[in-house]
Each structure stands twice: as C-alpha cells, then as structure tokens.
Ligand binder design. Sequence first.
Ligand code: SF4
Length: 150
Amino acid sequence: MNDTPLMCPSSPWDTPDGKVFGIVAGTVEKPEVHYLKETLDATPELVAKLNGEDPGEVLRVAAPCAKTACKHHDGEAHQCTLVSRIVSTVPIMFVGRAPCAIRSTCLWWAQEGAEACKRCPKVVTHPRVIADTDLALAAAPPKQVTDLSA
Ligand code: SF4
C-alpha cells in the first residue's frame, strides 16, 4: 500500500520539506506557471536567486496537505475546497495537462483530475493582487481557522 501523503500544490514556500515544482512567469494580470522537470528544495540559496522577489509570488511549492489546519480544508468531506472552487469558477487555461513533476502525489490531481491541471498554471500562492476576478472568488476561504491543534 502506498502511504505517501498527498501534497498540496499551493503551499507556502517556506513549509518544511516543501518542494518547488513550478516558477510563476507571465505578468501580474496574466500569471503563467512554468513547471520544472524535477522538484527543487526551497533553500536560502534558491531564494537568493530571486533578486528580492517575494518567493510566495514566484515559487509554486508542494508540501503535505495540512488538513484541518488549513482554512481551505473541509474536514468532514476530507476535501480541498480551494481546488473545488478553482475548478468550478476559473476558466480553463491549458488544454490537456501541464507536464508536472508532482502529479503522482498531488492532492488537486487526486481530487479533481485533469480539470485541476487545466487551471493550475494560473495559480499564484501569495499574489500581491489577484487581477483575475474568478481566481479571487476561488481563493476566498469558506472559513477561518479556529483550531490549529487538530
Ligand atoms: S493540479 Fe495538476 S498541474 Fe497542478 S500541481 Fe497538481 S498535478 Fe501538477
């Protein structure tokens, strides 16, 4: 049995054991994630190469799903509500599936399949502004975290 934990592909860049799998290119209005062939550790050396850019705006990082400690997690349904909203509100960006080094462990892929991958290249984990109205709607969490001990 494979007990590898599913990875959230929109984790904070400094999450312990986080793996960088994408770099955000494009513009603030139209971001576009470029996927890496192999993941990288988000080391201080890598961050230093960003020339002062906010790593949360530039790096896409995967780390084990935080489950009920995350404001987007539906504890009862054991689902990520963020990717559910992305799939239901954000238009397709990419026909097919982006080449992605974390697909086999990606929570969004496990939950929503190719529909998540068609929209994933638009996602910026911590944007200064969200120019895309559909993405802004999708990013609004359904609840605030009140219990981080679970
Ligand atoms: S949703 Fe698809 S493209 Fe995005 S990280 Fe997961 S497997 Fe990769």
